[in-house]
Design a protein around this ligand. Structure first.
Ligand code: G3H
Ligand code: 13P
Ligand code: NA
Ligand code: ZN
Length: 324
C-alpha cells in the first residue's frame, strides 16, 4: 500500500538525493508520474493540494493514489514506494479528514501565523497524525508570491535560530523552509534578475548560506523545498509559439536544485513545470491539428511529455533513480 515518508527521507539523507513531490489533479498526471517512477525505480510523493481536492474530489484522488500502487506493480515494479501527501494543509480539521481518508502524509502550513500559533497548530496535527503513523511536514519562513490565497511581497527567509525550537516543540517529521524559492511560473521579476549574453533572465541564487546554517542547527533532519519548478524555457517558448501569452516566466535553475538535493533537502516540490509541459503539448496539438476533438489525442501527447519531464527531474536533478 501507500507508505509514509519516514523511510524515504532517511534513505534520501544518507544517499544525498531528494524525493520528488509531484502534484496531481487528474488521471493523466498520475499515469505520467507512475510511469516515470517505475521506469526510473524512484520513490515518489504524490501531492494533493486543497485546490486539487476541490477540483477532483478527495475520494476520487484517494482511490486513484491507492490504485496507483497496483498500477505501478502492473507496470513491473514489485515494491513501489508511493506516499500520498496533503500539500499546504491549513487546518487540523483538513489534516484529520485526509488522514481518515488514507493519506500517508500531511503538511500543516502555519508559516503565515505568528511563531507560537504555528507551533501550536503544527503540534496539534503531529499529535493526531502520529497515532496513525502518518508523517507531518511543517513550515517556517514565508515564500514570496501567492500561497493559499495569502500574498507575500517578499521572502521571509527561515530564521536558522528558530528551527531547533520548532522541530522539538512540534515533533514534525520534516521542515519546509524559505531560501528564495516561490510558487508558480514567475518566481522573480525581470528587475530581480540579470540577463545573460542571450538576453535570458538569470535569477538571483538561492540562499545556500541559510540552508547551511539550518543544517548546522538540525543535522540530518529532513528539509523540504517548495516552489522548485525550473520553468523550462523551451516549454514556455512552445506555449507562446502556439498562441500562449506567458511573460517573463522564470524558475529555479536546475543546477541549484541538484546542489540542494545533495544536502539535507530530501523533498523537492514540483508542480508548475508539469503544468507548462502539459499546456505546451496540448497547445501544439490544437494549433497544428485544429480538426482534432478526441481528448485522448491531446491528453495523450501531454501525458507523454509529462512523463519525460518527470524522468528528467528524477534522473538529472533529484537523483532519486535506482533507489527501490
Ligand atoms: O502549492 C501550490 C501547488 O502548486 C498547488 O497548486 O493550489 O493551484 O493546486 P494549486
Ligand atoms: P512550483 O510552483 O514551483 O512547481 O512549486 C510547487 C509546490 O511547492 C507545491 O507545494
Ligand atoms: Na538530499
Ligand atoms: Zn508549495
Amino acid at each position: 500500500g501507500l507508505v509514509n515518508t519516514r523511510e524515504m527521507f532517511a534513505k534520501a539523507i544518507k544517499g544525498g538525493y531528494a524525493i520528488p513531490a509531484f502534484n496531481f489533479n487528474n488521471m493523466e498526471q498520475l499515469q505520467a508520474i507512475i510511469g516515470a517512477v517505475v521506469e526510473t525505480k524512484s520513490p515518489v510523493i504524490l501531492q494533493v493540494s486543497s485546490g486539487a481536492r476541490k477540483y477532483a474530489n478527495q475520494t476520487l484522488l484517494r482511490y486513484m493514489a491507492q490504485g496507483a500502487v497496483e498500477y505501478a506493480k502492473e507496470l513491473g515494479c514489485p515494491n513501489p514506494q508511493i506516499a500520498l501527501h496533503l500539500d499546504h494543509g491549513d487546518s487540523l480539521e483538513l489534516c484529520k479528514s485526509c488522514i481518515e481518508m488514507g493519506f500517508s502524509s500531511v503538511m500543516i502550513d502555519g508559516s503565515h501565523l505568528p511563531y507560537d500559533e504555528n507551533v501550536a497548530l503544527t503540534r496539534s496535527v503531529v499529535e493526531y497524525a502520529h497515532q496513525y503513523d502518518v508523517t507531518v511536514e511543517g513550515e517556517l519562513g514565508v515564500l514570496a508570491g501567492i500561497e493559499d490565497d495569502v500574498v507575500a511581497e517578499h521572502h521571509t527567509y527561515t530564521e536558522p535560530a528558530e528551527v531547533i525550537d520548532f522541530v522539538s516543540k512540534t515533533g514534525v517529521d520534516s521542515l519546509a523552509i524559505s531560501i528564495g524559492t516561490s510558487h508558480g511560473a514567475n518566481k522573480f521579476t525581470p528587475e530581480q534578475c540579470k540577463r545573460d549574453a542571450n538576453g535570458i533572465l538569470v535569477p538571483p541564487p538561492l540562499r545556500f548560506d541559510i540552508l547551511a546554517e539550518i543544517e548546522k542547527q538540525i543535522p540530518g533532519f529532513p528539509i523540504v523545498l517548495h516552489g522548485s519548478s525550473s520553468v523550462p524555457q523551451d516549454e514556455v517558448a512552445t506555449i507562446n509559439q502556439y498562441g500562449g501569452a506567458l511573460k517573463d516566466a522564470v524558475g529555479i535553475p536546475e543546477e541549484q536544485l541538484r546542489q540542494a538535493a545533495k544536502s539535507a533537502v530530501c523533498k523537492i516540490n514540483i508542480d508548475s513545470d508539469g503544468r507548462l509541459a502539459m499546456t505546451a503539448a496540448i497547445r501544439k496539438v490544437f494549433a497544428t491539428n485544429p480538426a482534432e476533438f478526441d481528448p485522448r489525442k491531446y491528453l495523450g501527447p501531454a501525458r507523454e511529455s509529462l512523463k519525460k519531464l518527470y524522468m528528467h527531474k528524477i534522473i538529472n536533478v533529484l537523483g532519486s533513480n535506482d533507489r527501490l
